[in-house]
Design a protein around this ligand. Structure first.
Ligand code: HEC
Length: 189
């Protein structure tokens, strides 16, 4: 049988395809059948689910801010994904509380998503509620004024434009809100 596949191109291709489909079925069809958590309804995207139903569609202002985030390439340096490792949950943690790990339901309104690929700066998936608007605007104007030695480039044109600053901050404050884990209005200074 193996020798036949070795000597015949047709048998080889058919054999390869059969293995390919077995692999495909084992990795994409079987896991959700075996592991029920794959089909668990999204917790946070449904406002009828009570206090955890925190995720709302973006408002017009937040969408404008998101467009600025895309335009300025903030995502070149910042990811938006809290992974299951301590480096992430501790780094984004808040007053001794570890930050929750990212789950798919948080991103249902993101198109395209801003997961990012490279962390030149810290992950931003939990930055919502961490700083107030004034902090962000000062930081856009010149990050090194607030964080000595910061290599984040200044974005003075955003800081100088109140409408743009407001929109971008509104967007940043949405990051992580679906998890409802940080007390509101209790910013770090
Ligand atoms: C060239 C890479 C780079 C780009 C582009 C960049 N940043 Fe940063 N960012 C950093 C670095 C490095 C830090 C860490 C030092 C600091 O806080 O300034 C940082 C920190 C931050 C923080 C504070 C995070 C925290 O948890 O303390 C925020 C918020 C932020 N950036 C937002 C933005 C936004 C919004 C944009 C786009 C307008 C942007 N960044 C573009 C590199 C970058």
């Amino acid at each position: 049988m193996l020798r036949k596949a070795d000597n015949s191109a047709v048998a080889f291709v058919i054999g390869a395809l059969v293995l390919f489909f077995i692999g495909g079925i084992l990795t994409t069809v079987v896991p959700p059948l075996v592991d029920a958590s794959w089909s668990k309804p999204f917790e946070n995207s449904d406002p009828t689910k009570g206090p955890t139903g925190k995720l709302k569609p973006y408002t017009e202002l937040e969408l404008q801010g998101r467009a600025i985030y895309v335009r300025e390439g903030c995502w070149y340096c910042h990811t938006q994904q809290t992974r299951t490792i301590l480096a992430d949950t501790k780094r984004s943690g808040w007053r001794g509380v570890d930050s929750p790990v990212s789950t798919p339901d948080e991103f249902v309104y993101d198109n395209p998503h801003m997961f990012g690929t490279k962390r030149t700066g810290p992950d931003l998936s939990r930055v919502g509620g961490k700083y107030d608007e004034q902090w962000h605007v000062t930081h856009f104007r010149n990050p090194a004024d607030l964080v000595p030695g910061s290599i984040m480039p200044p974005f003075p044109w955003i800081a100088a434009d109140p409408a743009e600053s407001k929109a971008l901050v509104a967007y940043l404050q949405t990051l992580g809100r679906a998890k409802d884990w940080r007390p509101d209005g209790d910013f770090e200074k």
